[in-house]
Ligand binder design. Structure first.
Ligand code: SF4
Ligand code: SF4
Length: 338
């Protein structure tokens, strides 16, 4: 798989420019239209690159109280167009079905971020049919179309199970029926030297994925989303272990592209954790950097309900890992940005 090889242009011992200084202004919020909910940190896998640090041993998940508050939020705010469910493995976590059904009843688009192997866990074999019945958009991780790379990142046998799962989804009409959208997510390998690379061109990588998966497994899908690894969670841990954390940030900063700013996913999104706390994006959630109101207060779902508005944030909280979203063609949970 071809990546755009580029070495960092900045001296490795220089300081990382604060992201806000790079922008010459603060990053401002637009009206909220996307609610991304992290249902918890439990997952049947424990991938090497996971920024959530999810695993089967994690126990954090939504409570009935926060789940009810989220359903009220979805019911009360027509401006929420997309409800994006993530985790951990959202399908195995408390509140998945209730939130899906509340959101679909209100006509929202519902995205479920799936690792595919979850369909083969005990008691979860109904999930593919459930997703099709409710016309959920599935955004499925397949960090490479080659088996070795996937198994290296996600665990032995994950590629084979993912292929079976994709064939199952195709049999249900996913990837073919216009109401059953199936997108795949590409993640680069974690760098093992300072010969860093930008995420490959999304359109040409999508063509490679489509040709390979069709020819070898008769699999079809809609879009490929190419996502840059942000230096957070296990990715940060591995980079630090190899003394590559700061060089990687330098590399990302040296590929800063100001035209991305307008399209960043944090501009119109609220990210909610399993306790109901509010963040500007999933990355800030994992770094424990909460969203702040214009008078400097943190937010919860309960506070949003009490205030009767979703638009209480003026300035988005930023950090050095934001350079991962603005390098090259940009990156978001929806793939590249330009
Ligand atoms: S990357 Fe996704 S599938 Fe892998 S451990 Fe994290 S949440 Fe689970
Ligand atoms: S990490 Fe990315 S999405 Fe999150 S605040 Fe920074 S630029 Fe925005």
């Amino acid at each position: 798989m071809m990546e755009q090889k580029t070495t960092t242009a900045l001296p490795l011992d220089s300081a990382i420019t604060p992201f806000k200084k790079k922008l010459n202004s603060s990053l401002t919020k637009k009206p909220i239209s996307v609610l991304q909910i992290n249902l918890g940190k439990r997952c049947n896998l424990a991938c090497t690159h996971c920024h959530v640090e999810a695993s089967p041993q994690r126990t954090e998940e939504l409570s009935p109280e926060v789940c009810n508050q989220l359903i009220q939020l979805i019911d009360r705010f027509p401006q929420i167009q997309i409800v994006d469910l993530t985790g951990g493995a959202p399908e195995m976590l408390y509140g998945f079905g209730s939130i899906v059904e509340a959101a679909r009843a209100k006509g929202k688009q519902v995205i479920v971020r799936s690792n595919l192997t979850i369909y083969y866990e005990k008691g979860l074999g109904h999930i593919p049919e459930y997703c099709a019945r409710h016309q959920l958009r599935i955004v499925a991780s397949l960090p490479c179309y080659l088996a070795d790379n996937v198994d290296k990142m996600r665990g032995s046998g994950v590629y084979k199970t993912s292929i079976y799962a994709l064939q199952w989804l195709n049999r249900l009409g996913y990837g073919q029926n216009p109401n059953l959208i199936l997108d795949l997510v590409y993640n680069p390998q974690i760098p093992s030297s300072d010969d860093f690379a930008l995420t490959p061109n999304q359109a040409s990588l999508e063509r490679d994925y489509k040709v390979f998966l069709q020819e070898h497994f008769d699999i079809s899908f809609n879009n490929l989303l190419a996502i840059t690894n942000l230096p957070l969670g296990r990715t940060k841990f591995h980079l630090e272990h190899k003394k590559l954390y700061k060089p990687y940030l330098h590399f990302l900063e040296s590929h800063f592209n100001s035209t991305i700013i307008e399209h960043l996913m944090c501009r119109n999104e609220l990210s909610i954790d399993h306790l109901g706390n509010v963040y500007d994006c999933d990355f800030n959630q994992m770094a424990n950097v909460p969203a702040k109101t214009r008078d400097g207060k943190t937010l919860t779902v309960a506070k949003l309900l009490e205030a009767g508005t979703l638009d209480l944030i003026d300035e988005i909280q930023t950090a050095p890992y934001c350079y991962g979203c603005t390098a090259g063609c940009g990156s978001s949970c929806g793939g590249t940005l330009i």
